[in-house]
Ligand binder design. Structure first.
Ligand SMILES: *Cc1c(COP(=O)(O)O)cnc(C)c1O
Length: 390
């Protein structure tokens, strides 16, 4: 059988799903990154109180929505509980947002980044909505290629999806770049879905800026959740925050609230704990995780930067680093996928192929591992490359 890229990406996901759950973006698998004590206590208290065992309103309990609104209100942004809808993970938030904005029967399309998180395409195509991609520029810290973004917009473009900080790139956009992107959205009157599930996961000298903070005049649906920053992806809690400075989203608000009936509300036990999880987890908890990520990023960058034939791109945040595979230097392999498969077979080092993010010739390294495993993985990559480099 001819094995194509889709098969192999499928196989990678299969291996992950079989062996470790859906682990390819899961920071908890090695046990070195754990939720805060405050998070655990909040769950225990909610459980013991017994007040969150019934159905909540589909959009979420008022206290939980208010807590998310308070949590997201900073840098001049003000959210109100009525702007918040709780969902079953950030993926479910993205699902509701894409469904509310884009209509397959009207030939709509969405624009997503390339490389980008594959679920945007899955969610859009499953409801008959088309997908177009805009390029990110590796040599410019994975900033959006603004000219390309603009060239991809057509009369049927319903929404631009922006992912900052980025999976898989580890990029963190500064205010100027975000403004430049939003000014294109504004010029063409296209709303934005901002996937900010890695909000605040930025390295010490970097700053996270939410698109909502920029007073761009663009209606934005912010998607986020507990999964990454609070290290509980399996708890399946996400949110949508409606930022609508020009009151263009009244019908989108009601569509989202109708669509939330599809999931009959998100997990109520976690909802009961949300105020304490969000507002009581101490800064030291967040700092510890970021220090781990930052340390690992440095270790991996330094090791891989020395390897002829590989080009690492230093991340500024999120949980990943992209690495370019210079195939001219590895004539044993015709494609990046072959290289990655062999690396897995021979060294048991598992990197997701860029193909899974629609960017062949790259691989994505996860930087959430314990330090010693990170070093070991890098050593093995170096080993492997020395063997095949010519
Ligand atoms: C992990 C991830 C999500 C999904 O988060 P869940 O809350 O687990 O559904 C969404 N977007 C990106 C870019 C991610 O990496």
């Amino acid at each position: 059988m001819e094995i194509n890229d889709a098969h192999i990406c499928g196989r990678f996901h299969q291996i992950e799903n079989d062996e470790r759950g859906s682990s390819y973006s899961d920071p908890t698998i090695y046990g070195n990154l754990n939720p805060s004590k405050e998070t655990i206590e909040a769950i225990i208290r909610t459980l013991e109180e017994g007040s969150c065992n019934g159905y909540a309103p589909c959009v979420g309990y008022e206290v939980a929505r208010q807590a998310v609104a308070t949590y997201l209100s900073h840098d001049g942004v003000e959210f109100n509980s009525k702007d918040i809808i709780l969902c079953s993970g950030c993926s479910s938030s993205l699902d509701l947002c894409i469904t509310a904005i884009a209509d397959g029967t009207k030939n709509h399309n969405i624009l997503m980044p390339k490389p980008g998180f594959p679920i945007y395409r899955t969610l859009a195509e499953s409801i008959g909505v088309g997908v177009k991609t805009y390029n990110l520029l590796p040599e410019k810290k994975w900033q959006v290629d603004l000219l390309h973004l603009e060239s991809q917009i057509d009369d049927n473009t319903a929404v631009i999806i922006l992912n900052n900080p980025s999976n898989p790139c580890g990029s963190v956009y500064d205010e100027n770049h975000l403004r430049a992107i939003l000014s294109i959205a504004r010029r063409y009157q296209i709303p934005v879905i901002a996937d900010e599930v890695y909000e605040q996961i930025v390295f010490p000298d970097k700053k996270f800026v939410s698109t909502a903070a920029l007073e761009s005049g663009v209606p934005i649906l912010i998607c986020g959740g507990l999964a990454k920053r609070f290290l509980v992806p399996g708890w399946r809690i996400g949110w949508i925050a409606v930022h609508d400075p020009i009151n263009a989203f009244d019908d989108i608000r009601s569509a989202l609230s109708s669509l939330s009936q599809k999931i009959i509300g998100s997990n109520t036990l976690i909802q009961g704990a949300i105020p304490d999880i969000l507002l009581k987890s101490p800064q030291s908890f967040h700092d510890d995780m970021i220090n781990t990520l930052c340390e690992n990023a440095k270790v991996a960058y330094e090791a891989i930067d020395k390897v002829p034939g590989l080009v690492p791109y230093m991340p500024d945040g999120s949980m990943y680093m992209m690495v370019k595979i210079d195939l001219d230097k590895f004539p044993h392999f015709e494609t990046g996928l072959q290289f990655i498969m062999r690396l897995m077979e021979e060294e048991s080092v598992f990197c997701l192929p860029g193909d899974c993010f629609e960017l062949p010739g790259f691989m994505r390294i996860v930087i959430t591992l314990p330090g010693d495993i990170m070093k070991e993985a890098c050593d093995r990559i170096v080993n492997f490359c020395n063997k095949y480099y010519t």
